[in-house]
Design a protein. Structure first.
Length: 132
């Protein structure tokens, strides 16, 4: 009985230490985005993740395969792509970033963006973007 108790306590402790906060999940996504590492980028999204332009009822990205297609093209066409977080706020499982993006598809013009991420069980399940 004592071995089982220790095993249960160790298992709970291990799961607690491994679980990422929504802030950490979104930071991993940003790091992968800036590295243009598509595999790492996709690893933080749920298989059914969606992305919306703010205020639009239909997603422009639906599912991990769609994220792979859209961001794969973006990473290939944007060798100097970089996003800097100007501010980040976290409320529960929602992370709101205000980002300054440069190098998008070869453009010299920076893009200001607000990204709203919803994270469940360590994966991004929904994104909404407000673009300048």
């Amino acid at each position: 009985m004592m071995k089982q108790t220790y095993l249960i306590i160790f298992g709970v402790f291990t799961l607690t230490c491994v679980a990422q906060t929504p802030r950490e999940v979104v930071q991993d996504q940003l790091d992968a985005y800036n590295a243009k590492d598509l595999t790492a980028f996709l690893s933080v999204f749920s298989k059914d993740a969606t992305a919306y332009n703010y205020g639009k009822p239909q997603p422009f990205i639906k599912g991990k395969e769609s994220f792979k297609e859209v961001y794969g093209k973006l990473f290939k066409s944007s060798p100097n792509l970089h996003s800097e977080v100007i501010s980040r706020q976290v409320i529960g499982n929602t992370v709101i970033d205000y980002e300054y993006i440069t190098g998008r598809e070869g453009s010299n013009k920076p893009l200001l963006l607000i990204a709203i991420y919803v994270v469940n069980e360590g994966k991004i399940v929904r994104c909404e973007f407000i673009r300048e």
